[in-house]
Design a protein around this ligand. Sequence first.
Ligand SMILES: [Zn+2]
Length: 296
Amino acid sequence: MIEVTNCPICNGKNFVPYLQCCDHSVTQETFSLIKCTKCGLVITSPRPDDLEIQKYYASSTYISHLGTAQTLLDRIYLFARSFTLRWKWSIVERNILPTLEKKILDFGCGTGEFLRTAKQHSWNVAGVEPSENARTQASPEVFNHIKSSLPNFSNQTFNVITLWHVLEHVSDLDSTIGDLKNHLTQEGTLFIAVPNHSSWDGKHYQEKWAGYDVPRHFWHFNSKNMLMLLENHSLELVEIIPMRLDAFYISLLSEKYSHNRMSAVGLIKAFFYGCFSNVNAKKNNEYSSLIYVARK
Ligand SMILES: [Zn+2]
């Protein structure tokens, strides 16, 4: 297990105990969250090391990487994913600078669904996915473009680099952002989507909030510390884009975790809490998940 003693964003050394969260989707083990008193980054600490973490991804109920749905929640997830893929692509197209070369890297690409979407729009695609299980399930159109780690693409640069709910899973924040920046062209655009624990749903559900997803999520960001992280790497923020659908899906999962089952009442509550979260975020921009668009 790894205990975090220095904040990777502000280098602060003072932390306060924050929450005790259960790994609801795989082991039911409890993990501690601590909060940096300087920048507000919430950290899963102690957390499993790179070897230990593997068992926390090994579950038939962890479907982020799988294409088959077994439960109602899984079906909702997959329906939302198909919609979200098209929406994410529209976000990318709208926020990039005009370019002749069309090369995209999806970091933490899972089974490569987003890369398939990019390929359908005639982009050259590359993906990094450490999970062999996910890589082997990628469809034939993108299979050969997905590698286990970034060094496989040494000397290559990309106009677009995307991290869709991936940064919270990486063990070394600084080297990840630094390495990705080196792979970004001078006019390139970086898209980083992460959950936001300062959202209404994050505050409402507290330790039951599905956005914590311990111990797979090592870092729990809000917009203040995400902006600091970008600034540390001299990346210029272009825009912050809300992911409104996440408020519903995260509320749905959080309802399930709160009552250890999914019920019709839970479904209705999740719908209303998703609405509350999005309406509340209109005032302060603290949506359930946010996409940070940045350039060099
Ligand atoms: Zn900090």
